[in-house]
Each structure stands twice: as C-alpha cells, then as structure tokens.
Design a binder for this molecule. Structure first.
Ligand code: NAP
Length: 256
C-alpha cells in the first residue's frame, strides 16, 4: 500500500510542529508549502516547496499532479487568500481537507483593548493627537499607517519593511518571535510606547506584547480576524493529529 500524501500549507509555528509530529511516520509522505515571504525561514523536518500556486485553480492542479490526498491549511489566521484558495481547491478536487487555526486571544481583566475590524479602522483608532505607537502587525500592511503621519512609530517585523514607510518619525526593529514578557515590557518602556497595534493572531509566541501592555496599562488596538476557515477546523496540533488518524486516514483506510 502506498504512503498517504499530505500537503501542509504553512508559514506558522503550528505547521512546523505538525510537520515535526508527522515526519517520522513511515505510512505518511508529508510536503510543507511556504509562501516564500521570509528570506531565511526556519528549517523544517519534512520536504518543503516554496511560492504561490497561482490561485485556487493552480492549487487544485498541484494537488492532482502531486497525488495529494489530504490538505491541511495551517496558515496564519490573517492569511485569508490562501485559506479561501485551500477550501476551494479541496472542494474542486474532492480530497480530504481541514484547517488548523489557533484560538484567538480573548480579552482578560486589565486589558485596555480597542477592537477594530481592519487596518484602516486601526489607523483611525489611534486618534487625532500624536502618540507613540508600537506597530506589531508584520511588514505587509504597515503602509496603511502612512495615512497617519502625526504619530511616532516603532515598527517590528521579521524582514525589513520595503519600501520604507513615508513617515517623519519612525524607527524599525527586526526580530522574530517567540517574544518574552520582560523583553517586551523593556521595549515598551524604552520607547515610551503609548499604544500597541496588533492582530489577534492567537498562540503563545507573540502574546507577550499583549501581557506587557496590560501590565503597563497601555492600550492595545486589536485587529479582529475576518472570517472563520471555510473547512472543518481544529484548534491545536494535537487535535490535528487526531483528525488525521480518525477522520482523514483512519486505520481501515490505511490498510492497518
Ligand atoms: P495571503 O494574503 O492569504 O496569500 C497571498 C498569496 O500568497 C496566496 O494567494 C498564495 O499565492 C500565496 N501563499 C500564501 N501562503 C502560502 C503557502 N503556505 N504556500 C504557498 N503559497 C502561499 O497570505 P499572506 O498574508 O501573504 O501570508 C503569506 C504566508 O505567511 C502564509 O503562508 C501565512 O501562513 C504566513 N504568515 C502570515 C502572517 C500574516 O499576518 N499575514 C503572519 C505570519 C505568517 P497563490 O494564489 O499564487 O497560490
């Protein structure tokens, strides 16, 4: 009996951990897909391919050509296009598919959270008076804040913001999580930050900035997730492993 071929759409810690958990299993043949945005991605324990597929149709073609039997959408909760493409390609090809999405961060007592729908609303939520802003949303959407040049920005991303922002008062810090509470507090204090802008990504790796803001009484403008995944969804790597063994490739189907 051939090995079951799984395509994991990645770019997240969960995708890497799922790949790690599946890498040693002789009955599975796992391929991980990255968008190719990060210049030096972390090493992965399974074969990796990189770059877009050319929309939902391109992904469907790839699935057929490569003999993929299960698609796991383990992309970031703020990567809506690839997730929509994944659901469409699964529907088109009739293979099994599910999404792995970490839960969103719930507000807890002490948080000063302003919840907004998107980047434009986040820009408005900063207000008319100049403030010192920590922009922790990654580099791709930082350009929205060119619309509010009266603030003073600290921008953090993995790779440089390119082109740089058209702002008078901006500084950049390049770093990749996981981040730790004491370091995040130090960063907020040293830069005199008055408001943090963050996406509701969920997970542990980048939560420290939210905790740090809470402890220091700093407001967080939090961008909500747009849409739930359009596929069956699990919220942890452990649940994804169960789904693979019990739903996608149950023992009978694996010929065990
Ligand atoms: P997006 O807007 O949903 O995707 C844009 C296009 O990039 C997709 O249509 C697809 O191109 C390609 N793509 C995205 N993820 C891919 C993958 N895993 N493998 C192959 N192609 C992929 O997503 P994005 O916001 O640009 O994010 C890109 C990647 O970074 C995602 O994989 C995501 O998991 C990761 N990431 C994103 C964020 C974030 O905040 N957005 C944060 C951390 C990590 P085609 O249509 O040509 O196939």
């Amino acid at each position: 009996m051939g090995r079951n071929r799984i395509l994991i759409l990645g770019g997240t810690t969960e995708a890497r951990k799922l790949a790690e958990a599946l890498a040693g299993r002789a009955e599975l043949d796992v391929l991980l897909s990255l968008a190719g945005r990060t210049a030096t991605p972390l090493p992965h324990p399974v074969p990796v391919r990189s770059g877009g597929f050319g929309g939902a149709d391109g992904l469907a073609r790839f699935i057929v050509q490569e003999g993929i039997e299960l698609l796991v959408d383990a992309t970031h909760p703020f990567a809506p296009r690839i997730s929509a493409n994944a659901a469409e390609a699964v529907a088109k090809t009739g293979i099994a598919g599910f999404a792995l999405r970490r839960p969103a961060w719930e507000s807890v007592p002490g948080d000063r959270r302003t919840s907004v729908a998107d980047m434009q609303e986040a820009v408005k939520a900063l207000g008319a008076s100049p403030r010192r802003v920590f922009l922790a949303i990654g580099r791709q959407e930082a350009h929205y804040f060119n619309a509010a040049p009266h603030h003073d920005y600290l921008v953090r991303s993995v790779d440089p913001v390119d082109p740089p922002l058209q702002l008078q008062r901006v500084s950049y810090v390049l770093s990749m999580g996981p981040f730790h509470l004491e370091d995040e507090k130090r960063l907020l204090i040293d830069h005199g930050i008055e408001v943090v802008v963050a996406k509701n990504s969920g997970g542990d790796a980048t939560y420290a900035k939210i905790e740090a803001a809470r402890e220091l009484g700093i407001e967080v403008v939090m961008i909500r997730r747009a849409l739930p995944a359009n596929m069956p969804t699990v919220d942890s790597v452990a649940a994804a492993l169960r789904h693979i063994d019990q739903v996608a490739f149950p023992a009978a189907k694996r010929g065990v």
